[in-house]
Design a protein around this ligand. Structure first.
Ligand code: PMT
Length: 423
């Protein structure tokens, strides 16, 4: 239970991987965010970083071995695990994940996991083959089912000089996720549904100076008063970006077309139906925006004229609709951009995903494009998850975002926007 809503207590568990040194930075960032941190290490972790480093920074005994004679607490794994608001593991190795998933408690950290009543957030880091091994993936799935949170590793060059998924997520993002988990959990715990004060919602406020304008959902282009041309967009991806940005301190306006889900709370939502209406609303809001994100699936064509009355079948076997182009909102935003505006597009593709996305980025002069292959299972329209590749202007880097929730992907996209702004 939280004693004081302004402070969180984090048990930072460090396992034995090369990324163990990054736990030091995580510790410092947590401390800067008003968290009290205590550290537990596996024996192998101490091969990478000395406990003394953490001891100096936390001014507390670092727990490695319950039975060590110098350990000041005879039942440390219970006292440690039950007086924290979050158990955060950075980095988590395949071995510690396997132990957690199977209830093995043969050292201090794994006993702490079993004894903990606090939420657990795991940030894995390992070689790609170990990450992709079915045993590791099974263990992760099991832990997710058990309610454990994960900050998925990212793609990049690994310590073993190979390139692939397995690199520890950026420390800023790990800390942002940790604060988010603690805020969410404390909300659930708060009795009588009492409203949390804004300062209890500790978040990384890295977007506090930004105003995001986001298009969301699909458009409907009328054929007649009854029928329309549209697509499968639910609005889930765009709203996820809106929610994540709002939690990171941005002021957010969404221009939503037709969606099957509701916009997040505290976000200004302007409702539109057709591409033309969406275009008009965007252009009106654009002068106030510092970042534009086109997550909407805007119809590229509309009937040249919408029939005033319902079109009758009569005796015709064929019906020809003459279509004309809709305004390209993203292109117009990019053309009319002020100096500070970052312009981000999505690309929904079914083949040659990266090539088409790259050509969209160039044609529309985008700073960043998020390319989804909508044919992949778990990606694209109307799912809660997505798989995408981020391409960035003037960069050859492709940031692969494996299967994850749209909400988690939203944070990844925003991380890249923050990095672009810092450039
Ligand atoms: O809403 P969901 O169910 O969550 O699904 C949304 C999504 C997961 C598929 C989303 O991520 C996505 O890819 N949205 C954009 C889909 C799309 O229309 O892509 P496109 O390749 O056709 O368009 C390229 C870009 O131009 C997009 O940013 C689009 O918003 C923009 N565009 C397109 C046409 C137009 N007339 N105006 C535009 O602004």
């Amino acid at each position: 239970m939280l004693m004081n809503k302004k402070n969180f207590r984090v048990g930072l568990g460090v396992a034995g991987g090369i990324a163990a040194y990054k736990a030091i930075e995580v510790l410092r960032l947590l401390q800067k965010s008003d968290c009290e941190v205590r550290v537990a290490m596996t024996k192998h972790a101490t091969e990478f970083v000395q406990p003394l480093t953490f001891r100096a920074l936390t001014e507390s005994y670092v727990l490695v071995d319950d039975y060590a004679t110098e350990n000041p607490d005879p039942i440390a794994h219970i006292n440690f695990s039950q007086t924290i608001d979050l158990l955060l593991i950075v980095p988590a190795t395949a071995n510690i994940i396997a132990k957690f998933a199977n209830g093995i408690a043969d050292d201090f950290l794994s006993s702490t996991f079993l004894a903990s009543t606090a939420p657990v957030l795991i940030a894995p880091a390992m070689n790609t083959t170990m990450w992709e091994n079915p045993a590791t993936q099974r263990n992760i799935e099991q832990l997710k089912k058990d309610g454990v949170y994960f900050v998925e590793p990212i793609a990049g060059e690994l310590a073993c000089k190979t390139v692939g998924t397995g690199k520890l997520e950026d420390v800023e993002n790990i800390v942002a996720q940790a604060l988010k988990v603690m805020s969410l959990e404390s909300e659930v715990l708060s009795l009588n549904n009492e409203q949390l004060t804004p300062d209890s919602r500790l978040q990384t406020q890295d977007l506090k100076d930004e105003s995001l304008l986001i298009t969301v959902g699909g458009t409907r282009e009328a054929i007649d008063p009854v029928r329309f041309i549209s697509n499968h967009s639910s609005g889930k991806m765009g709203f996820a970006v809106a929610e994540a940005a709002q939690m990171r301190g941005a002021s957010v306006t969404v221009v939503a077309g037709v969606t099957s889900v509701e916009p997040p709370e505290n976000v200004k939502a302007i409702r539109t139906i057709s591409a033309e209406e969406m275009y008009q609303a965007v252009m009106k809001e654009l002068p106030n925006a510092t970042v534009f994100i086109g997550a909407a699936a805007v119809a590229d064509y509309r009937p040249k004229t919408a029939a005033a009355e319902k079109i009758k079948k009569a005796n015709q076997n064929f019906l020809a609709l003459e279509l004309e182009k809709t305004p390209d909102i993203l292109l117009n935003v990019s053309k009319n951009r002020h100096e500070k505006l970052l312009v981000v597009g999505f690309a929904a593709e079914t083949n040659n995903v990266a090539d088409y996305a790259k050509s969209k980025m160039e044609k529309k002069n985008l700073d960043l494009v998020v390319a989804n292959d909508i044919t992949k299972k778990g990606a694209g329209f109307n799912t809660d998850t997505n798989i995408a590749t981020i391409l960035i202007k003037n960069s050859r880097e492709k940031i692969e975002l494996p299967l994850m929730s749209k909400r988690a992907m939203a944070d990844k996209i925003l991380d890249e926007i923050v990095k672009l702004r810092r450039k």
